[in-house]
Design a protein around this ligand. Structure first.
Ligand code: FAD
Length: 462
């Protein structure tokens, strides 16, 4: 079955994934004599850098997603199939999907990344992650559900665990979500929950390394730490969460932070699709590519974006998993397709670093530009806002985001705290969307009511 794709005399380029990389490539191919087939399990493009704002109620989910078909309306050589790609079959130039097999002439893997739980089962089962819009909405619901529960319980230990939030991973996502939660604690929760003593609510940011924002400059790292301290976030460096069960995030065999809410932002792996030989699947499950984004050993299979492991002299551990890398590789690959069509030699990819930034809270962001240029504070914050607004897909989304941000800024409030998607851990799905219910219910040790206080374990406070 060829999923009713029309026959074409032009070669077919199948792109798996319509994230930053897949979307840009499909657009860049609009004037080339190829049939572009995009496959994605979601019928929308998800702007991941703003997921944490959906999770903390600052933005609507709709304003960071855009329907794929609408993005490409009018592009004659474009076709989309909503499907999960299960396997690549390079011997037959086919991909096996949940809606049938699709043949390709050129295949581009742009499947992004998945949360890396480092094999810690209790964390995979019980922690919240923030990789998709459903994840972000679940997190938002879960936090507010737990506040509603905190009102009802008389048990002080349980109340504390329901209110505490532990964010694991001091990269940009962990820093951004911790800052945003601290603002929520300061401006939103006191209005909604005057019956709760919010002084008791603790937000922890736990990082295994010695600093936050690992790849950024020392100055930005120090500024981010200072901002988080000012917001009252408990930053724990050189600390690893080893397991999460019975409402306890353990950082040693006996020491733990009592919490119901653990957000895991400690790392990602490439979302490699099965079917390619093991040799091409590198560290972190990324697919090894050469400087032309070609998958090792194949002329007609390419990988771009987070899933591609491209090692360069400057970056021996592979290019960073960032949106600009994904977009630049996509643009470059489109140009190389054109060069090959004209019988010219393809050119190697060179990454242009235009800078990195992270926001901590209102008026507080850190920005590193090339040539050791750093700035922070309100100027950094305005830069962050401008860049993210400009890169959001769709005019409506830009307007909605701007209105939501302006509302939050001037009212010190966030309009979006509806529990419209009540979440229970039994709803947890894996990244392929398969339910993990069986897995979850088979976790008898997870008891949402914390045990009594007289345990030998040490509890962290403040
Ligand atoms: C919370 C968060 C914050 C971030 N903040 C920043 C930031 O501030 N700046 C920055 O530069 N980067 C940031 N990033 C990283 C950035 O989002 C990624 O580098 C970028 O999304 C990579 O683009 P991609 O196209 O490779 O993958 P993605 O954008 O992840 O797209 C992959 C697509 O493939 C689809 N897909 C995957 N597997 C399959 C399959 N088997 N079948 C069908 N479809 C499939 C997915 O549905 C998805 O649409 C952030 C990431 C996260 C999670």
């Amino acid at each position: 079955m060829d999923t009713n794709l029309p026959a074409s005399s032009n070669p077919r380029v199948v792109i798996i994934g319509c994230g930053f990389a897949g979307l840009r490539l499909a657009k860049e191919l609009r004037h080339q004599p190829v049939q572009v087939v995009v496959i994605d399990r979601n019928n929308y493009h998800n702007f991941q850098p703003l997921l944490y704002q959906v999770a903390t109620g600052a933005l609507e989910a709709d304003s960071i997603a855009y329907p794929i078909r609408k993005i490409f309306a009018g592009q004659k050589n474009f076709f989309y199939r909503m499907a999960d790609v299960q396997r690549v079959d390079p011997a037959n130039n086919m991909v096996q999907t949940s809606v049938g097999d699709i043949r390709y002439d050129h295949l581009v893997l742009a499947t992004g990344s998945l949360t890396n739980f480092f094999g810690i089962e209790s964390i995979e089962k019980n922690a919240m992650q923030i990789k998709s819009i459903p994840n972000a909405l679940n997190l938002r619901s879960f936090i507010f559900q737990n506040f509603e529960k905190a009102l009802l319980t008389e048990n002080p230990e349980e109340k504390q665990a329901l209110m505490n939030i532990v964010v694991v991973g001091g990269g940009p996502t962990g820093v951004e979500i911790s800052g945003s939660l601290a603002e929520m604690r300061r401006h939103v929760l006191p209005k909604d929950y005057p019956e709760l003593d919010l002084e008791r609510m603790q937000i922890f940011l736990v990082e295994a390394g010695a600093e936050l924002l690992g790849p950024m400059s020392k100055k930005s790292q120090a500024d981010a730490l200072r901002y988080l301290n000012e917001l009252g976030v408990n930053v724990r460096l050189n600390t690893s969460i080893k397991k999460f069960e019975n409402c306890r995030a353990y950082y040693s065999e006996t020491e733990f932070i009592p919490t119901e809410n653990l957000v895991w932002a400690a790392g990602v792996n490439g979302a490699a699709v099965p079917g390619l030989p093991d040799e091409v699947v590198a560290r972190n499950k990324r697919i090894t590519v050469n400087l032309w984004n070609q998958v090792q050993g194949y002329d007609n299979i390419f990988a771009i974006g987070d899933v591609a492991n491209m090692v360069t002299e400057e970056m021996p551990r592979g290019l960073p998993m960032l949106a600009p890398v994904a977009q630049q590789q996509a643009e470059h690959l489109a140009k190389n397709f054109e060069r090959l069509r004209r019988g010219e030699q393809p050119l190697p990819f060179v990454y242009t670093n235009k800078g990195v930034m992270a926001i901590v809270s209102r008026n507080k962001a850190v920005v590193d530009l090339p040539k050791d240029v750093h700035f922070n504070g309100i100027f950094g914050w305005l830069t962050w806002l401008f860049v993210h607004l400009m890169t959001l897909v769709g005019f409506r989304n830009k307007v909605v985001a701007l209105v939501d941000w302006a509302f939050s800024y001037f009212s010190s409030d966030q309009a979006l705290r509806l529990i419209i998607r009540p979440f229970s851990r039994r709803d947890v799905k894996d990244d392929q969307g398969k339910k993990k219910a069986e897995h979850m219910t088979a976790t008898p040790e997870y008891n949402p009511t914390p045990p009594a206080i007289q345990t030998p374990a040490t509890e962290v406070r403040g």
